[in-house]
Design a protein. Structure first.
Length: 143
């Protein structure tokens, strides 16, 4: 399990902005496709094992595009998670495991913030965010 210093988490902010920018574009396109499919009398089920073969070609094509977009979103999230970043919401909310004194806590960042400036207890979540103070680990902990 990786623990981040505030400085390490802040080095991720540019990558987070870029990643959530891509996710936002993909999500907008997914919504557009869902609206188009609904207008054609079809739903969008990204959880179905495969796109039905018996529908109109245009419906199948749009459903395949939607699946590709969803897979790209999962890929972006997976890449962030592979670095130890905890993606909480696709609209741009992440946590980083950290230490405050001798306790495990979470550093918190949301899209639009220029740096990681808040933290919260493991159980409290976003609504329990508090401003950073000087009680965070200054050196990286073994991962």
């Amino acid at each position: 399990m990786r623990f981040f210093t505030v400085e390490e988490a802040n080095r991720f902010v540019p990558a987070l902005e870029q990643a959530f920018g891509r996710i936002e574009q993909h999500r907008r396109e997914l919504v557009r496709i869902a609206i188009e499919l609904e207008a054609m009398g079809h739903g969008l089920d990204l959880e179905a094992p495969e796109v039905p073969e018996d529908g109109p070609a245009q419906v199948r094509g749009r459903a395949l595009q939607a699946r590709k977009l969803a897979e790209e979103i999962r890929g972006v999230v997976g890449e962030l998670q592979s670095h130890g970043v905890l993606v909480k919401r696709l609209d741009g909310l992440v946590d980083f495991r950290s230490r405050r004194g001798n306790r495990s806590v979470l550093l918190c960042w949301r899209k639009g913030e220029s740096q990681v400036s808040h933290w919260h207890e493991l159980e409290s979540g976003f609504t329990g965010r508090l401003p950073l103070d000087n009680r965070f680990a200054k050196a990286a902990l073994p991962n």
